[in-house]
Design a protein around this ligand. Structure first.
Ligand code: FES
Length: 178
């Protein structure tokens, strides 16, 4: 089990204080978000530590981590690209958009590019089916009507951004960007 630092526990305590004592498990999503913010992902050791802190079964924490796309169960690249492949998007080339991104980056779905800049994942409905193909960058920025041309532009722009901000390739630096 991961050991929670005093600073992390203090952040957890602030979240737990928002709920009645008998409902502290309600802070699970906030605690997961804190760990991810600090470490870039939430591994099983962190899930166990959160479960122990909140007095809930580890499997219940794991169910939350695996239900939501925003929690990374392993280290991800500088940019996490979630391409919607749910049925409405699939009918409007969402699956082709995912395949195009994977092919451009030389990865399988859920894979991270060799330079550590991109992680590509299929996602469930992002709530913008009429705008397919739709994707989400780093769980925050929604992009619509992602034709192959627009995807190419996006990848080039994000890669340039990564270079400009001094991100070092994961495979040569021996460390990952999150
Ligand atoms: S199915 Fe893709 S946004 Fe709804």
């Amino acid at each position: 089990m991961m050991e929670l630092s005093a600073a992390t526990q203090a952040r957890f305590a602030k979240e737990v204080a928002k709920y009645p004592a008998e409902q502290k498990a309600s802070a699970v999503m906030a605690c997961l978000a804190i760990v991810q913010q600090e470490q870039g992902h939430v591994g099983t050791g962190a899930e166990d530590a959160i479960a122990a802190y909140l007095g809930m079964p580890a499997i219940a924490v794991h169910e939350v981590t695996t239900f939501y796309n925003m929690y990374n169960q392993q280290p991800v690249g500088r940019f996490k690209l979630n391409v919607c492949t749910n049925l409405p998007c699939q009918l409007r080339d969402g699956d082709k958009a995912l395949a195009h991104v994977c092919s451009k980056l030389g990865v399988e779905p859920y894979g991270t590019s060799a330079d550590g800049v991109f992680t590509v994942q299929p996602s469930e409905c992002l709530g913008a089916c009429a705008d397919a193909p739709v994707m989400l960058v780093n769980d925050r920025q929604m992009l619509s009507f992602m034709s192959h041309e627009r995807l190419d532009e996006l990848l080039a722009m994000l890669r340039a951004n990564a270079v400009a901000s001094g991100d070092r390739p994961r495979n040569s630096a021996g460390e990952g960007q999150t």
